[in-house]
Write a protein that binds this ligand. Structure first.
Ligand SMILES: Cc1ncc(COP(=O)(O)O)c(C=O)c1O
Length: 427
């Protein structure tokens, strides 16, 4: 595969942008190769600047659930653009998307739009602290909630991928207000939440973890979380930046029937444009400025192009049978992938929730950060490089999910399986 142009761009980018990328995992360090620079995308495919074609399983890290450049989304953005790209003032599209979000998520009475998932979680944390008058946030090892200071403690995603425990630049004073505990461990959870020496404002979690690879919550774990936080007056925040509109139209909360107090959204609600949101019970949301005292603002929040893309995306997702079709596609693919893995690998464990999955190079079961860390990341690197060279674009880390979109055809998926089998045979 010729990658001359990507190589040249990466060389130049490294002089101009730290690490040559604007988000660390994209540099492909943990999989031992250089990134491909992408020129265009359509449906299930992306093409790099050298003209190489790939079947894309990153899907922009989740947002492209309809596939790239979906006609309805493109049309909505184009139409909105005719009226201007940013007003810095309220617009009708914000109200329309807010109504769709409130209708979709049973626990959300009101929502505030921001421009990224990080902004959503950071703002929800401030709100929870402002509402309760307490400071401590409890999170789970290996969960990622964006890059705000308070969450960079035992975090997932790029933080695991690059093998760093946290981040310099995060003051000790902030770290001491973050308590990180193991996922799926009810005993530690209960002990922590009942610890009266902690001044706990909120517990934030990914209801299905996606940033240490996909890790499913035990049903009794989610139930214990809801019961304990309700009993102890701790604000429960579901970070549904990945799971919102992915696990079901009503997010993971509808799928598991567990209602958080606050929900963070991102990715899919922007249809590929930069959008995040946080929402929840009116009683809590009314503490946000200007209705209440907790300050949060944004120059480009509620941007009309982003709102239009979100509305168009959600309109497609609402169509009858969307999730049944998508999840059936993903289930069939996962079953066949598992079959191939069982045949050729000595260690493999596939975790899947609907249309997002991780095949761990590990014996499994993978239920938390420690078990995820048993995966053979070097082997994943070899697998990644081979797949990339054969035209399959996977996440450049063992500790991320593979996303299936509606645009992945039967042919895309069977071709991917054939390539996978040829690569697994050699590993
Ligand atoms: C669960 C979760 N929360 C928050 C974020 C941060 O979102 P963003 O990258 O849009 O800031 C991510 C990003 O991957 C995420 O997966």
């Amino acid at each position: 595969m010729n990658t001359t142009r990507s190589t040249a761009l990466f060389t130049k980018a490294q002089q101009l942008i730290p690490g040559g990328v604007n988000s660390p995992v994209r540099a492909c360090k943990s999989v031992g190769c250089d990134p491909r620079f992408i020129a265009k995308a359509k449906g299930s495919k992306i093409w790099d600047v050298d003209g190489n074609e790939y079947i894309d399983f990153i899907c922009s890290w989740g947002p492209m659930i309809l596939g790239h450049n979906h006609p309805a989304v493109k049309e909505a953005i184009t139409k909105a653009m005719e009226h201007g790209t940013s007003f810095g003032a309220p617009c009708a599209l914000e109200v329309e998307l807010a109504e769709m979000v409130v209708d979709a998520l049973p626990s959300v009475d009101m929502a505030r739009f921001v421009s990224s998932g990080t902004e959503a979680t950071m703002s929800a944390l401030r709100l929870a602290r402002g509402y309760t008058g307490k400071n401590v946030v409890v999170k789970f090892d290996g969960c990622y909630h964006g890059h705000a200071d308070s969450f960079l403690v035992k975090a997932g995603s790029g933080v695991i991928t690059l093998g760093i425990p946290g981040s310099p630049g995060v003051p000790e004073d902030i770290v001491k207000n973050t308590v990180s505990i193991p996922y799926n461990n009810i005993e530690v959870l209960e002990k922590t939440l009942r610890d009266e020496s902690l001044d706990i404002a909120c517990l934030i979690m990914e209801p299905v973890a996606g940033n240490m690879g996909v890790v499913l919550p035990k049903p009794e774990f989610l139930q214990a979380i809801r019961a304990l936080t309700a009993e102890l007056g701790i604000v429960l925040i579901f970070d549904e930046v990945i799971t919102g509109f992915r696990v079901s139209y009503g997010g993971a909360q509808s799928h598991f029937d567990i209602m958080p107090d606050l929900t963070c959204l991102g990715k899919i609600i922007g249809g590929g444009l930069p959008v995040g949101a946080y929402g929840g019970k009116a009683e809590i949301m009314k503490h946000i400025s200007p209705e209440g005292p907790v300050y949060q603002a944004g120059t480009l929040s509620g941007n009309p192009l982003a709102m239009a893309a979100g509305i168009a995306t959600l309109t497609e997702l609402k169509k009858p049978g969307f999730y049944e079709t998508l999840n059936a596609k993903a289930e069939k693919f996962a079953e066949e992938l598992q079959g191939i893995a069982n045949k050729h690998l000595d260690k493999s464990c596939l975790n899947r929730q609907g249309s997002v999955m991780t095949n761990f190079f590990a014996k499994g079961p993978i239920t938390d950060f420690d078990s995820a860390m048993t995966a053979d990341a070097d082997k994943y690197g070899m697998y990644y490089r081979e797949m990339l060279d054969k035209g399959v674009y996977l996440a450049p880390s063992q500790f991320e999910g593979a996303f299936i979109s509606l645009a992945h055809s039967d042919d895309d998926l069977s071709r991917t399986l054939e390539i996978t089998e040829s690569v697994f045979r050699k590993l």
